[in-house]
Design a protein around this ligand. Structure first.
Ligand code: PBG
Length: 324
């Protein structure tokens, strides 16, 4: 028998911990949260158990609890009333927008919290698309000024990081320019760089009631069959001034995370999307999986693939596991 016995490095917990290659802590996690206008609202998302549409008054103590668990970064998404949606997503930059107002209040209350906002038209669009729709087509260049207005309104409200999730061509450079022209040189861009047209966004669209009213998102989101194309998207976002590159979803795209990590000198983030988390919640509720072990293994796989940060609905639960 060979004298090399890898099991010696696994023989007890101290040695296993000493040689552990990948680390995962609360500092790596970004917690997506859904915000709704009103008071006293904590409305569970049916297809994403354990996740809620919060009104600001109840979201503030939730953020405080997460900060106390070591989670410092939050990605906040608005659930907008149907009546406020229109074709040009004008509510996204309206001065009385509850989301913008909430970002401002969260930053006032917790200046140390890092607040990320989402840039795309879908939560505010009567068409349910990330870009402007005309005659059934999603227009690219005409969408950019709308995204820029939204971005500036979010920066004005106090966002630390903006997350363009729309996949229009050229938007990172366009938004960087718009931010810089207005003096927001410190606002970061975490670009949704390789965002795939995925079946795993269902629960998120339920949470925001933001599903496309017609067609699908395949003319702007990437084809799940493509990997080299992620290099092209990453190259463009890099050249246009993105600060961090995101791969989304995470679990079916670990190879893409690893590819971007090896080829670009920017932090890579992974979005462990709603459908990926919903599968685990459902299996755990049925007693088919051990929730804590499954969550830990999933998140670790994303870190091992090369993700620096992970956006995940498991953030709070995972931070709690670390405490026990
Ligand atoms: C939309 C957006 C989506 C998600 C984040 N921003 C959905 C979509 O593209 O339809 C999905 C996140 C998730 O599923 O958790 N701009």
């Amino acid at each position: 028998m060979n004298t090399i016995r890898p099991r010696r490095n696994r023989k007890n917990s101290a040695i296993r911990q000493m040689v552990e290659e990948t680390h995962l802590g609360a500092q790596h996690l970004i917690y997506p949260l859904f915000l709704k206008d009103g008071k006293g609202i904590k409305d569970e998302v049916a297809s994403l158990p354990n996740n809620f549409r919060w009104s600001l008054d109840l979201l503030l103590p939730e953020i405080e609890a997460c900060l106390n668990l070591g989670i410092s970064t939050f990605d906040i998404f608005p659930a907008v009333d149907e009546a406020l949606k229109d074709q040009i997503a004008s509510y996204s930059y309206a001065s009385d927008n509850f989301y913008l107002n909430a970002i401002h209040q969260i930053k006032q209350r917790f200046p140390e919290a890092v607040i990320m906002t989402d840039v795309a038209m879908d939560p505010y669009s009567s068409d349910g698309h990330d870009g402007l729709v005309q005659d059934g087509r999603i227009l690219n260049d005409e969408t950019l000024p709308i995204l820029a207005k939204m971005t500036l309104a979010q920066a004005q409200a106090g966002a630390d990081i903006i997350g363009p999730s729309d996949m229009m061509d050229g938007r990172v450079g366009y938004l960087r320019q718009a931010l810089d022209d207005e003096g927001f040189t410190d606002v970061s861009i975490m670009s949704y760089t390789a965002k795939y047209a995925s079946a795993f966004y269902g629960p998120f669209r339920d949470a925001l009631n933001s599903a496309p009213k017609m067609g699908d998102k395949k003319t702007y989101q990437m084809n799940p069959a493509n990997k080299r194309e992620a290099l092209l998207e990453a190259q463009l976002d890099f050249e246009e001034g993105a600060d961090m590159l995101m791969v989304k979803p995470a679990l079916c795209y670990l190879d893409v995370i690893s590819l971007l990590k090896e080829n670009f000198p920017l932090p890579i983030t992974a979005y462990n999307v709603s459908g990926e988390c919903a599968m685990v919640y459902a299996a755990a509720q049925n007693g088919w999986l051990d929730y804590q072990r499954a969550v830990s293994e999933m998140l670790l796989s994303m870190r091992r693939a090369g993700a620096d940060g992970i956006l995940t609905y498991f953030a709070k639960d995972f931070a709690q596991f670390l405490r026990c």
